[in-house]
Design a protein around this ligand. Structure first.
Ligand code: M6R
Length: 610
């Protein structure tokens, strides 16, 4: 995890870097730092535990100026959050500074060697300092050369930015398995972990590939492969607006993103229909023969994306009659799964940089699977390493808690399932038309639903002091209950637990006691009666029940204490609606508890470590 940013040009790097770091804070925020190479004062390094605001305050009294610099916002892996462990780190003579996102796996052996052979003294517990000191030892007046030599010695994942006070017009960067982009500006060039960090200054981007080293000066950018051969890269023009990454008047990014769901879904669906109303998969070549050749689909993801995968399984099995396994990425890669060239492997990821998902994808590819990814961030690692990419058009998602990425992932999974079913001749015209028409009106229904925010707010006020919350549901509702529970726990820190309603009686019901809040999803017409029985079960243990049901299914009122109604829609697609009040419920509860909603403790937006 962590975010890096760097600049070389003719402006004051200090301001550009602090500004860029603020936009990268979602990647980690336990400490931050900046290094500026000043020809007269030498290497100036300032770093501070805590948010970027702490760093900003720390340097506010100083008149720092340099036309080259690097910055970092950290999410701790090796060594606790502290001033010492914060980046940038410096070489033994203090002349070279480095920022790093990733993990150097062989840092222990390198550290031992640097201490024993070179008498190097370390001031932090980080793996990053080891790489910095190594570059320092290998430096003979050419930073690019020293970086190449050092990278030959390290194992692991990294995106780095390095500067030397002896070469104050040159910034060297490199990547392997951690994201890195280069921005081409009018008044200089940039590096960053993500595009929004530098979008204010430039729209022309180079997407840096694994094992590439980049050398930037004010007027020039050169990319080299691992053999030091120059690489030609096409410029990627960013067309979306920097404003899309701002809060636009909402108190939090999460709330803004909840409200952006109708638009995200609209974009994701409408771009995928041809003139005859048939689904188009962005040029992905999945013919009937190819689909029939697959004997298995694996969907692999983490967290919220994994929950979208569960709905994906439901959609593909229901519409295309192909057996689907869904797995958590960190489990998939270590259990030697049965994958071959008859497997369609679907990776789902908002960021496209989640290391576990990336590693699982590589594993599947190695075993011969065809890899299709459902990704939000264009040009991300998952997207680039997949055979085919089906983008969610959610726009940038900044809040750590995923909302609009989830609903657009659901849409993609429905579209993939329906497309496959259609190709196989399993989805008749009438069913297909009903589902497609519904997908097209879901954004309008969501807009109506979002207007009932007040109702959710009142419910949140009633329950924000809860210590334990249970979420139950059946069929697709059980998958949505997992997501509702994750949302609540990650931003409000309330202990919450989700379980398939029918499973409750096999143990978990022991935890239900007087006034325990149970959120019961009862949106499936075909399972409605069964859910009413489950609600009765918890009610007879004195739980308080908040039910989510479809408008018109008022019999639930006889069993539940509170009911929130979502608009009518076919059972298959209710997750697109029912998850929204759960997102709002989590949001308002967290707000009432005074939590830091967009940046919950211990978390980061993009998890680029194992
Ligand atoms: O970027 P990804 O979709 O691959 O991220 C996967 C999870 O880390 C992510 O969904 C996480 O669970 C969210 N914070 C949940 O809101």
């Amino acid at each position: 995890m962590c975010g890096i940013v760097g600049y070389v040009g003719n402006e004051n790097a200090r301001n550009i870097i602090i500004d860029g770091l603020k936009r990268l804070e979602y990647r980690g925020y336990d400490s931050a730092g900046i290094a500026l190479a000043d020809p007269e004062q030498g290497m100036i390094v300032r770093k501070k535990k805590g948010r970027i605001a702490n760093l900003e305050e720390y340097i506010s009294g100083e008149n720092l100026f340099s036309t080259i610099g690097i910055g970092h916002t950290r999410w701790a892996t090796h060594g606790a959050p502290s001033d010492e462990n914060a980046h940038p780190h410096v070489s033994a003579d203090g002349k070279i500074a480095l920022v790093h996102n990733g993990i150097i796996e062989n840092y222990v052996e390198l550290k031992k060697e640097l201490m024993e052979k070179h008498g190097i003294v370390f001031s932090s517990e980080t793996d990053t300092e080891v790489l910095t000191k190594l570059i320092g030892v290998l430096y003979e007046g050419d930073l690019e050369d020293a970086v190449f030599k050092a990278l030959d010695r390290v194992r692991g994942a990294f995106a780095i930015g390095v500067i030397s006070q002896d070469e104050p017009g040159r910034l060297v960067a490199a990547r392997k398995d951690s994201p890195l982009i280069v921005g081409l500006g009018r008044d200089g060039n940039f590096i960053a972990s993500d595009i929004p960090a530098i979008l204010k200054y430039c729209r022309q981007i180079y997407l840096i590939e694994n094992n590439e080293v980049v050398v930037l000066t004010e007027n020039n950018v050169q990319i080299f492969d691992a053999q030091r051969r120059p690489v030609r890269r096409d410029v990627f023009n960013v067309t979306w607006d920097a404003d899309a990454a701002e809060k636009e008047g909402y108190d939090h990014f999460m709330l803004k993103e909840i409200h952006e769901q109708p638009e995200g879904i609209r974009n994701t669906v409408e771009r995928r229909m041809d003139d005859h109303g048939e689904i188009v998969l962005d040029g992905i070549n999945l013919t009937r023969e190819t689909i029939e050749y697959f004997n298995k689909v694996y969907i692999v993801a983490c967290g919220t994306a994994y929950h979208a995968g569960l709905i994906g399984k439901y959609a593909i099995e229901k519409f295309a009659h192909i057996s689907v396994e869904v797995d958590i990425a960190s489990e998939f890669r270590y259990r030697d799964p049965f994958v071959d060239d008859r497997t369609l492997f679907i990776a789902i990821s908002q960021s496209g940089e989640t290391l576990d998902t990336l590693a699982a994808l590589r594993e599947a590819k190695k075993k011969g699977a065809r890899v299709l990814s459902v990704v939000n961030v264009v040009g991300s690692s998952v997207a680039r390493e997949s055979d085919d990419v089906f983008y969610t058009w959610a726009g940038p998602e900044i809040a750590v808690a995923s909302t609009k990425a989830y609903t657009t992932q659901l849409v993609c999974m429905y579209l993939i399932g329906m497309y496959m079913g259609r190709k196989k001749g399993l989805l008749d015209d009438e069913t297909y038309q009903t589902l497609m028409n519904e997908l097209l009106v879901i954004p309008d229904k969501l807009e109506t639903l979002l207007q009932k925010e007040r109702v959710v707010q009142d419910l949140a006020r009633r329950f924000y002091r809860s210590n334990n919350v249970f979420f139950i549901g059946r069929g697709p509702d059980s998958y949505v209950s997992y997501e509702g529970s994750l949302k609540l726990k990650e931003i409000s820190y309330i202990n919450s637990f989700a379980i398939a309603a029918g499973e409750l009686k096999h143990g978990t019901i022991a935890l239900i006691e007087k006034d325990t809040l149970v959120v019961a999803l009862a949106t499936q017409d075909s399972l409605f009666e069964k859910m009413l029985s489950n609600i009765k079960e918890v009610k007879s243990r004195d739980a308080t029940v908040l039910a989510i049901a479809k408008e018109g299914n008022t019999t639930v009122e006889a069993e539940a204490d509170y009911v929130f109604y979502i608009p009518q829609c076919p059972d298959e697609l209710t997750p697109l609606l029912s998850v929204v009040p759960l997102q709002q419920f989590a949001y308002y509860i967290a707000k009432m508890r005074g939590c830091d909603i967009d940046k919950p403790k211990n978390l980061a937006k993009s998890v680029t470590v194992e």
